[in-house]
Design a protein around this ligand. Structure first.
Ligand code: F6P
Length: 510
């Protein structure tokens, strides 16, 4: 079996099943690596005064972890800058928050080149390389420039923006061209895949083939939707742990006469927290009979705090939460408990189980695994209700949730009321349908579907002329001239071409 080499910006192997406080992406990658016994490569999270190129390797849980340190300037320009002040807001439809600076693009290109330089020595000839997320879009192009011919796949965990938004990015074509150095490009949902295909057709004059390949820049790659799932059995085990039992008891004890609403998010403007708080206030305002009978607990972990937009949203949320409690709170009732800290998955599993409602209302989200974990943690005989934004990728699969428009306070407030009074028989029916979906499309299905597709997606003769290497001081992502590419015709036949003009997203999405 080929070794799997996973590359992502962050590397955080959970020490044990439920103990560590790690996000869904990390859990999914850890699960994939444990299965394939591979290598996980990424940034250590540490900085060093001058980049050394030293790779620190250690082993944990049967997985080799290789990390590099970056310079402060790298972190500022690549992580805080290009990744989180340019690509993140743009890909989440917030072009009002993107602040493109040339230095950010240069830092992004420099760090991707540093990843390629240091990763190269770790690669064996038959390794499959799986690159994750928007921090590392140019990595395959950099590796190809250094002569690597292994199969390389890319998976985007966040949305792909509509064409009109994408074109607001300086050098957008160069960024997209970098994706054509991969053998397989994966998206969370058909929506994001369609948006990407729309860009290829409408902006590049490229083509979408019936067999799932797309052509542009004289190259053809396979592109597909691979919705990420969770490890359902792992979660149903964790919910039985002593820590989960304790957190369940604590959550239930403080809500003996009240129904608990739970929200768990990173503090990020894409999560729709301000809008969610406002919808909750609307619910309390228009349904006074529910006051003191509900309690909303929002656990919100601080995130990317060096980025201005994240500092701003934090200040605004503090203000909104305070105003709601001042307006509706009573001597012994705090309507909204807003907690800025992170908890382990086992602790959260107990809180999920105690909650009558899981409130997951992002304004835009690649998938959202909190929605899935909330459902998996429920008591089958008395499950809670998931309220889910239509703009989360998860809404494509989780159709038995109460699907809401997070921009509409009334809509979300109505859904809260409906969930609180929903008869048990309906709750069970909805939960069973959701659980069936979670089991059918779980994390191992996602991993195997992507890895199997990568194994059979190899494009041949990737060769990038030397002249195409980044010139020092060039803008980020120097466009690469079209390369010669002979595709394995059995894998990506270029017959049955289709030029698709796609109505990518409806005007209301913009
Ligand atoms: O899921 C998107 C993502 O950016 C991941 O790549 C990342 O691990 C996670 O969100 C948390 O973000 P950050 O690493 O910036 O804290």
């Amino acid at each position: 079996m080929s070794r799997l080499v996973v590359v992502s910006n962050r590397v955080a192997m959970p020490d044990q099943a439920g103990g560590a406080s790690v996000g869904g992406l990390t859990m999914a990658l850890a699960a994939a690596l444990q299965h394939y016994r591979g290598l996980w490569f990424g940034w250590s999270g540490e900085t060093t005064p001058a980049f050394t190129g030293e790779v620190h390797v250690r082993e944990t849980g049967g997985v080799a972890i290789a990390t590099i340190d970056l310079e402060d300037q790298d972190v500022q320009e690549y992580y805080n800058g290009y990744a989180n002040t340019v690509l993140w807001p743009l890909f989440h439809y917030r072009i009002d928050l993107t602040e493109y600076e040339r230095a950010f693009g240069e830092g992004y290109a420099r760090v991707n080149a540093r990843f390629a330089d240091t990763l190269l020595s770790q690669i064996r000839p038959d390794d499959l390389i799986w690159v994750h997320d928007y921090h590392l879009i140019p990595l395959a192009q950099e590796l190809r420039r250094r002569g690597l011919t292994n199969r390389i796949g890319f998976f985007l965990h966040i949305p792909w923006p509509a064409c009109q938004l994408m074109t607001t990015l300086p050098h957008h074509q160069a960024l997209v061209e970098a994706l054509f150095a991969y053998d397989l490009v994966g998206f969370q949902t058909q929506d994001w895949l369609s948006a990407f295909e729309g860009y290829v057709v409408d902006e590049l004059g490229g083509e979408v083939h019936d067999n799932g390949c797309v052509s542009a820049f004289g190259r053809t790659v396979r592109a597909g939707a691979f919705p990420i799932g969770i490890d359902v059995d792992n979660l149903t085990e964790i919910v039985k742990s002593a820590t989960a039992a304790k957190s369940y008891d604590r959550a239930a004890a403080t809500n003996v006469y009240r129904q608990l609403i739970i929200g768990i998010d990173r503090i990020d403007y894409s999560k729709g927290l301000e809008e969610r708080f406002a919808a909750y206030a609307q619910f309390l305002e228009t349904n006074p009979e529910f006051r003191e009978r509900v309690s909303y607990l929002q656990i919100a972990q601080t995130s990317r705090s060096a980025v201005g937009a994240y500092q701003d949203i934090r200040i605004r949320l503090d203000g909104v939460a305070g105003r709601i409690n001042a307006a509706y709170g009573t001597l012994d009732w705090t309507p909204l408990r807003y907690v800025n800290r992170s908890y382990g998955r086992d602790f959260l599993a107990g809180v999920y189980r105690a909650a009558a409602i899981g409130l997951v209302t992002p304004l835009r989200d690649g998938m959202n695994l909190v929605a899935k974990e909330y459902v998996a943690a429920q008591n089958p005989r008395d499950p809670g209700v998931l309220i889910l934004s239509r703009f989360a990728g998860a809404a494509r699969q989780m159709k038995s949730a109460l699907i809401v428009n997070p921009y509409s306070r009334e809509d979300v407030a109505d859904a809260i009321k409906r969930a609180l009074i929903m008869p048990k028989v309906e709750r069970i029916e909805r939960w069973e349908a959701l659980m069936l979906g979670l089991r059918t499309e779980d994390v191992s299905g996602w991993r195997d579907a992507f890895v199997d597709a990568l194994k059979t997606s190899q494009s041949k003769l990737h060769s990038v002329p030397d002249s195409a290497a980044s010139a020092p001081g060039s803008p980020m992502l120097t466009p690469v001239p079209p390369t010669r590419l002979a595709l394995d015709s059995a894998i990506c036949p270029v017959s049955r071409l289709r030029r698709r003009k796609l109505a990518v997203l409806s005007p209301s999405d913009l």
